[in-house]
Design a protein around this ligand. Structure first.
Ligand SMILES: NC(=O)c1ccc[n+]([C@@H]2O[C@H](COP(=O)([O-])OP(=O)(O)OC[C@H]3O[C@@H](n4cnc5c(N)ncnc54)[C@H](O)[C@@H]3O)[C@@H](O)[C@H]2O)c1
Length: 176
């Protein structure tokens, strides 16, 4: 994978990019993560990409749990976050268990918020599947959910290590 450093002096952080979906498992196995992972996706994207992602993760020795939330901005709520905390518990995640966001900006924002706040923060991997998520929401370290009073009102900004997969080629393969 290619490593790009976002240079913010003492708050600098690396972004790793370049792995395709099937190879993400073997790339993640190089880091000191525990072997339990939770993939957060939505019902639309799960059908398109989760089987390939899961196969690669399992081949690399990861035990994979998945939670597919309903599709749409209106589900970017604390209620969904709460359901995902329960999934984290059910999956037996520990502090070195990566949460993998597979989807667009909505999935990335919710999954990132859960990763930032569960057990004081878990490793977070973004697998962005929309152009907006690839070039914007997956690279800045911002995550969050909407509150009834407004969009993105509850959020976290965390410059921890952030791993961005690069599924552009996979997205193109599935689309054309
Ligand atoms: N955190 C940040 O810095 C940041 C920055 C910009 C935007 N955002 C957030 O991003 C969200 C918008 O993200 P978005 O535009 O990706 O919308 P989205 O996540 O809702 O995705 C749009 C639609 O495309 C579908 N989809 C996703 N990948 C697909 C694929 N490869 N093939 C077919 N369908 C696919 C989704 O299921 C959804 O129906 C907003 O909630 C916004 O607040 C966050």
């Amino acid at each position: 994978m290619k490593k790009i450093t976002v240079n913010l002096k003492e708050r600098s952080y690396p972004i790793y990019t370049g792995a395709r979906l099937a190879g993400l498992g073997s790339e993640l196995a190089k880091f000191k993560f525990s072997r339990r992972v939770l993939v957060v996706t939505n019902t639309t994207v799960k059908k398109l990409y989760f089987p390939v992602l899961r196969a690669g993760l399992e081949k690399a020795g990861f035990s994979v749990s998945v939670s597919a939330i309903a599709d749409g901005e209106r589900y970017k709520t604390l209620q969904t976050v709460n359901a995902l905390y329960n999934e984290c518990l059910r999956a037996g995640l520990d502090r070195r268990s990566p949460v993998i966001a597979l989807g667009g900006g909505v999935v990335g924002d919710i999954a990132g918020f859960v990763a930032a706040t569960y057990m004081r923060g878990l490793p977070f991997v973004q697998v962005p599947t929309t152009l907006l998520a690839m070039v914007d929401s997956s690279v800045g370290g911002k995550t969050g959910v909407d509150l009834p009073g407004g969009k993105n009102r509850s959020f976290d900004i965390r410059r921890y290590h952030l791993y961005q997969n690069d599924p552009m080629q996979d997205v193109c393969d599935a689309s054309y």
